[in-house]
Design a binder for this molecule. Structure first.
Ligand SMILES: Cc1cc2nc3c(=O)[nH]c(=O)nc-3n(C[C@H](O)[C@H](O)[C@H](O)COP(=O)(O)OP(=O)(O)OC[C@H]3O[C@@H](n4cnc5c(N)ncnc54)[C@H](O)[C@@H]3O)c2cc1C
Length: 373
């Protein structure tokens, strides 16, 4: 069976980046066909930790992150659900004076971006958070940061995009995409062909494969962050908690379960197979128990991982292709794209509609890999 579609914009990938872009484009009245090989939001976007965090991001990401932060505040109006988004604060712990100094240094770098970081010494920290363990030198609190349920967010963006008229095709694997100097022809398994003036490469860990089809080489590699969740426990921990160096991160949801992350699992991109690594997970859990002793009695009920595209400088590729007019990339978010995604969608829509965006994205250019040949 063959089917031919025409749209202003074709999107490869129905993760959060693709779905938020589809919604933003529809809000500008541009026609959209989005092609997703599986289900929208079933890859990284749906299985991540759920940290909605600006603290700790490289400073070049903060304008994009701040734009996203503003959108997170109006999720119910935008996508019809708050997706369990909670402004809980994000607390980053320091084990020693050197780590505390690095948090103070970061506060200086992030000054002027509106994060309102508060540095807390050992005593102030233990007074405010009596559930913390002994060996902590201090911490940094970003009061406006928080967390949300990743299983809800991408699905809600996908539904909102569809309700606004985007044509979302799930179970549709893109096999090739070419540009004839005037428009793109995107071919998917099953005989679907989409012609569009613009193409968005939102293929996550598979993004470099599509960039390569347009002569752009990107050293993207897959990472598989470990995740696990405990049984519900009495409510104890308000903020989303991490530690300098990222050895573990933990948040407690309204139902009482603790969601934790730390270390890396394994997987094979070609067959989208992923597994958490139990040794890495136990090491992270031991560290988490040291800093939050109440976790020592927690029963872990499930563990998992997912596949995320990463780049050597830990910055995404976001912006125009350097080889092909009308092609825009948004992939390789290196473990930090959940919070950014609502703004990434708007930035992509800006680029399509106006050829430019007010949000600084130069640091994310695909040109930094000298892709043009
Ligand atoms: C375990 C884990 C924990 C994380 N924790 C956090 C966190 O706490 N905070 C944070 O900010 N970020 C976090 N991240 C990162 C965040 O989840 C990602 O950066 C973000 O979801 C990336 O969105 P995406 O749309 O680019 O990718 P994806 O969600 O992977 O979407 C890409 C989509 O492209 C589709 N696709 C690929 N090839 C094709 C093809 N040929 N045809 C059609 N479709 C195709 C895929 O099926 C997939 O659905 C985490 C990631 C993981 C894996």
């Amino acid at each position: 069976m063959s089917e031919r579609l025409t749209a202003d914009v074709a999107i490869i990938g129905g993760g959060l980046m693709g779905c938020s872009a589809a919604l933003a484009l529809r809000r500008m009245n541009l026609s959209v066909v989005l092609l997703e090989q599986g289900w929208c939001g079933a890859q990284a976007s749906g299985v991540n930790y759920g940290g909605v965090r600006r603290q700790g991001r490289p400073v070049v990401q903060l304008p994009l992150s701040q734009r996203a932060y503003a959108i997170w505040q109006r999720l119910p109006q935008l996508i019809g659900s708050d997706c369990e988004y909670a402004i809980s604060g994000h607390l980053k712990l320091a084990r020693n004076e050197a780590e505390l100094a690095s948090l103070e240094d970061y506060r200086g770098q992030a000054d002027g971006f509106g994060l309102q970081l508060e540095i807390l010494g050992r005593e102030a920290l233990r007074q405010r958070y009596p559930w913390l363990g002994e060996n902590i030198a201090g911490g940094s609190l970003c009061p406006g940061d928080g967390h949300a349920n990743p299983r809800l967010v991408a699905a809600a963006f996908a539904l909102a995009a569809r309700n606004h008229g985007a044509d979302l095709r799930e179970g549709t694997t893109v096999e090739s995409a070419v540009f004839d100097g005037r428009q793109f022809t995107v071919c998917a398994a099953g005989g679907l062909e989409v012609k569009a003036k613009f193409l968005l490469n939102c293929a996550g860990a598979w993004g470099a494969k599509f960039a390569e089809q347009f002569g752009e080489q990107v050293p993207e590699y897959p990472i598989f962050p470990n995740m696990w969740v405990t049984e519900p426990m009495p409510k104890l921990v308000e903020p989303n908690v991490g530690i300098v160096g990222g050895g573990f991160y933990v948040r407690q949801v309204a139902r009482g379960n603790f969601v934790l992350g730390g270390g890396r699992g394994t997987g094979q991109l070609a067959i989208a197979s992923t597994r958490p690594d139990s040794a890495a997970m136990f090491a992270s859990m031991r560290m988490a128990c040291e800093f939050i002793p109440a976790l020592r009695n927690a029963l872990v009920i499930r563990s998992w991982t997912g596949v995320e595209g990463a780049l050597p400088d830990h910055q995404p590729v976001l912006g125009p292709s350097v080889t092909t007019p009308g092609l825009f990339h948004a992939f390789g978010f290196s473990g930090g794209g959940f919070q950014l995604a609502p703004a990434v969608g708007e930035v992509l829509a800006d680029l399509v509609a106006h050829g430019a965006t007010a949000t600084p994205i130069e640091a994310f250019s695909i040109g930094r890999f000298n892709a043009a040949s």
